[in-house]
Design a protein around this ligand. Structure first.
Ligand code: GCO
Length: 256
């Protein structure tokens, strides 16, 4: 099989929430496959540090500090990309937060904050990217980062679960409207991955045991184990794949 199918040279990828964690790993992996990458985050210092680390690896990296849940900030960021000649061919909607609390005690402000960042932001950033992909007429790729909770619920993470379920359906809605412009929008559903967001869970012996007993790989996943699926969905290899979700979960959802 031709390796050029997975070659991202000549493409520019924006990865939201990519100053650390899964987002940084995906930016690094897309860069290693040839893409120029734009690192996004809300903290300038963290974004600058991530850009420097990527450049040290020989990756063409840029930084863009904006809150993905702020419509005006998203519009301004894309106007800056336009001025800089940065044409985004690949968008990875990765930015996300977690809030663990039973719904009976949950404040609607916390509910809304998670929905805004984990779901509405993917629409806001996806819409700005797609408007430009359509105008350029050469298609594009959108990769929305879901979760096991795109498919099954866990108690105490309701807004996250609802948002990630929405992410799966947002990819399908994007496919429904934008496939005609040669835009492919798909989701990745990570299993339980060793990230900062999950540190409290990893360090909880009962939760750690539950994760290892619940997936046939009997272990947590590593952020870099998501890169291959992201490169696939960002490349020509997936040009006829649209609206799908690929679970990278050690087999968790495949077995009883
Ligand atoms: C949690 C975790 C999960 C994982 C991941 C699982 O509190 O259950 O944060 O949400 O991060 O999404 O696929």
């Amino acid at each position: 099989m031709s390796t050029t199918l997975f070659d991202l040279n000549g493409r520019t990828a924006l990865v939201t929430g990519s100053a650390r964690g899964i987002g940084y790993c995906l930016a690094e992996g897309l860069g290693a496959a040839g893409a120029a990458v734009i690192v996004n985050g809300r903290q300038a210092a963290a974004v600058e540090d991530a850009v420097a680390r990527l450049r040290d690896r020989g990756i063409a990296a840029h930084g863009s500090v904006f809150d993905v849940a702020d419509e005006a900030a998203v519009a301004a960021a894309f106007q800056a990309f336009d001025r800089q000649g940065l044409e985004i061919d690949v968008l990875v909607n990765n930015a996300g937060i977690q809030h663990r609390q039973p719904m009976l005690e949950l404040d609607v402000k916390d509910w809304q904050r998670v929905i805004d960042t984990n779901l509405t932001a993917a629409f806001l950033v996806g819409r700005e990217a797609a408007r430009r992909m359509v105008a350029r007429g050469r298609g594009g790729k959108i990769v929305n980062i879901g979760s096991l909770t795109s498919e099954a619920a866990r108690a105490t993470v309701a807004p996250y679960t609802v948002a990630k379920g929405g992410i799966k359906m947002l990819s399908r809605a994007m496919a429904a409207e934008w496939a005609q412009f040669n835009i492919q929008a798909n989701s990745i559903g990570p299993g339980y991955i060793l990230t900062d967001m999950n540190t409290a869970l990893v360090n909880n012996p009962q939760f750690d045991a539950w994760v290892k007993a619940s997936n046939p790989a009997q272990r947590w996943g590593k952020p870099e184990e998501l890169v291959g699926t992201a490169v696939y969905l960002a490349s020509a290899a997936s040009d006829y794949v649209n609206g799908q979700i690929i679970y990278v979960d050690g087999g968790w959802l495949a077995v009883l």
